[in-house]
Design a protein around this ligand. Structure first.
Ligand SMILES: [Mn+2]
Length: 283
């Protein structure tokens, strides 16, 4: 069975349909496994249709189709639970007012934060340098247990914040889960010691002298022997290296929607119209 990972959809339903068609052609007779890199919704034109479609695909797939959680997906949970207001740039109202809203939100809260398959680790944003792939999966599991449990609303109220900005095995409670979530759904740059930076505006390169680097370039990163597949970083664009696949090629910004077949590294792309003007807040 071939496995495909699709980059950030951000509500680009038409392009998602075109990509699924391309994948079916490429997979041939085989029923493919399809994984999404998170940020299924927000900013783009059709968040409700996109979320419904991916959920329906996943529900009927017996685990063959799934998505990891991205920062926009978690933002939708926080808005739906009344923890955060909608942002001006959000396009989530159609989901919040949909008759099937509760089913959609309930499905979303049960998505994994990371998926480990065939030597690949899929996360929305990144991994901290101290984490092996196995440890990252265990830490993702801690967050998933909270998101699926009865304490979700209380946890969402404590989820936001940039601290602690560095991992320690000693972290506990909300601090521990916040650090894991920030790394896996928001991280772009960190220091050589793995101190996360969330202040820098999105760009593909760190400011000279800042001591910051892309999380995947930290020397000695303990997950470097696995292939990490991620989205979230549209300014970086498509990244294909022996042990690294970055898939956010800016679908919602007039770039492409990208997908990679993990077995043969075939790259599939769908061109997208510019739904959002550059200069708006990216992510
Ligand atoms: Mn993102």
């Amino acid at each position: 069975m071939k496995t495909y990972v699709i980059g950030d959809l951000q509500g680009c339903h038409e392009q998602a349909l075109a990509m699924l068609e391309r994948i079916r052609e490429h997979a041939g007779e085989d029923e493919p496994a399809i994984l999404f890199a998170g940020d299924l919704i927000n900013r783009g034109p059709d968040s409700l249709a996109t979320l419904r479609h991916v959920r329906a695909l996943a529900m009927g797939s017996g685990g063959r189709v799934d998505s990891v959680l991205g920062n926009h997906d978690l933002h939708l949970l926080a808005v739906a639970y009344g923890i955060r207001p909608e942002h001006k740039s959000d396009t989530l109202a159609e989901i919040l007012h949909a008759p099937d809203r509760d089913e959609l939100i309930d499905w979303l809260r049960r998505r994994p934060l990371a998926i480990h398959t065939q030597g690949h680790v899929l996360v929305h944003a990144g991994l901290l340098p101290q984490w092996t792939a196995a440890q990252a999966m265990a830490l993702a599991g801690e967050v998933q247990q909270m998101l699926r449990g009865p304490g979700l609303a209380e946890f969402l109220a404590e989820m936001y914040g940039n601290l602690p900005d560095q991992w320690s095995d000693e972290l506990q409670g909300a601090d521990r889960l916040r650090c894991i979530i920030n790394a896996m759904t928001r991280l772009r740059f960190c220091t050589a010691e793995g101190r996360m930076d969330f202040k820098m505006k999105e760009s593909g390169t760190a400011e000279p002298g800042s001591g910051l680097m892309p999380w995947f370039e930290v020397p000695g990163r303990r997950s470097r022997k696995e292939t990490v597949v991620f989205g979230h970083w549209s300014a970086l664009g498509l990244l294909m290296q022996p042990h690294l696949i970055g898939l956010d090629s800016g679908c919602v910004w007039g770039g492409q929607l990208s997908a990679v077949c993990l077995e043969d590294r075939a790259l599939l792309q769908v061109q997208c119209p510019e739904f959002r003007q550059p200069g708006g807040k990216k992510g």
